[in-house]
Design a protein around this ligand. Structure first.
Ligand SMILES: Nc1ncnc2c1ncn2[C@@H]1O[C@H](COP(=O)(O)OP(=O)(O)O)[C@@H](O)[C@H]1O
Ligand SMILES: [Mg+2]
Length: 280
């Protein structure tokens, strides 16, 4: 056993590092309290490298809080959370930031409308918003363009970000989150505010990402089962900061679990690789 070895000494297991190298997120008994309220309560959750998770729940369920924890931007009040082998609260978050792609409405609001689309993507590499220097490396430009191409908006690379449609902006935000080649990609309600065409287009792009074996581990937050892209493998259902159900998509997304999560009787149907839900 390693019990009597000095931590950090040759032969000793690295302290507080998950044993499983494929484990991207691991939470044990994690709670978050703010002003006496439990935003999250007793969450146990593991995300592996090849998994694509959807986090479902009504407004205020704690989805964004959970994502902030996984992004290392928030510390648990109770329990233990590891992300990419680093213990949250005990590690330099700036080191983790380039390893995690994060796209949220709050971050999107800070993107300057007069910025060239390719620059919006490139600047992610430095975790800054806006212009950072006069000229870029050619490889940065090439990577940003390749990502925009991959998301079907390569032709918009030289446009001003502010001139894009909402759907095009969402795709730029995802390209930006992928710029640092992260090991974990966190998307908070990427389809919010899109019309039907925009949503279907985004769902198709996210499905491509989900099926790409080189893509990072994915966690997608939504409150609509209709927005679950094909290729997603797992679901975590949250209500009032508590996990209602989690596991393989087909096991977790039952009418019973969804009804408990959203607090009303629901039926759920699977049509091929898409889902719908409605009041029972
Ligand atoms: N700093 C805070 N202090 C107190 N309550 C908060 C704070 N941040 C969020 N909340 C509350 O925590 C709950 C969960 O928020 P959030 O994680 O954003 O939910 P979701 O993303 O599922 O809509 C909400 O009721 C919200 O109002
Ligand atoms: Mg939210």
């Amino acid at each position: 056993m390693t019990g009597d070895l000095i931590p950090g000494a040759p032969g000793a297991a690295p302290a507080a590092t998950p044993v499983d190298a494929d484990l991207v997120v691991s939470m044990d008994g994690v709670g978050v309290r703010r002003s006496g309220t439990a935003l999250l309560h007793d969450v146990d959750w593991r995300v592996e490298l090849d998994e694509r998770w959807v986090v479902l729940g009504p407004n205020g369920a704690g989805k964004t809080t959970l994502l902030s924890l996984a992004a290392g931007r928030l510390h648990p009040t109770t329990g233990v959370a590891h992300v990419l082998g680093e213990r949250i609260g005990r590690t330099d978050v700036n080191e983790l930031r380039t390893r995690i792609g994060l796209s949220t409405a709050a971050l999107a609001e800070r993107l300057p409308g007069d910025e060239r689309v390719a620059d919006v993507v490139i600047t992610a590499a430095w975790s800054v918003v806006g212009r950072w220097r006069e000229s870029y490396d050619r490889s940065d430009e090439a990577r940003a363009r390749a990502l925009l191409d991959q998301l079907g908006i390569g032709h918009l690379a030289d446009r001003a970000y502010g001139t894009l449609s909402e759907g095009e902006r969402k795709r730029v935000q995802i390209a930006r989150a992928l710029m640092t080649d992260p090991e974990l990609l966190l998307l908070d309600e990427p389809a919010a505010g899109l019309d039907l065409g925009g949503r279907e287009d985004l769902v198709a792009r996210l499905a491509e990402l989900a099926y790409d074996p080189d893509a990072p581990a994915l966690v997608l937050v939504t409150h609509h089962v209709e927005e679950i892209p094909p290729g997603f493998t797992h679901a975590l259902l949250l209500r009032e900061g508590t996990v209602v159900a989690q596991g393989l998509l087909g096991d977790a997304l039952t009418a019973d679990n969804l009804s408990k999560t959203f607090g009303l009787p629901l039926t759920v149907e699977r049509h091929g690789d898409r889902w719908t839900a409605r009041a029972a």
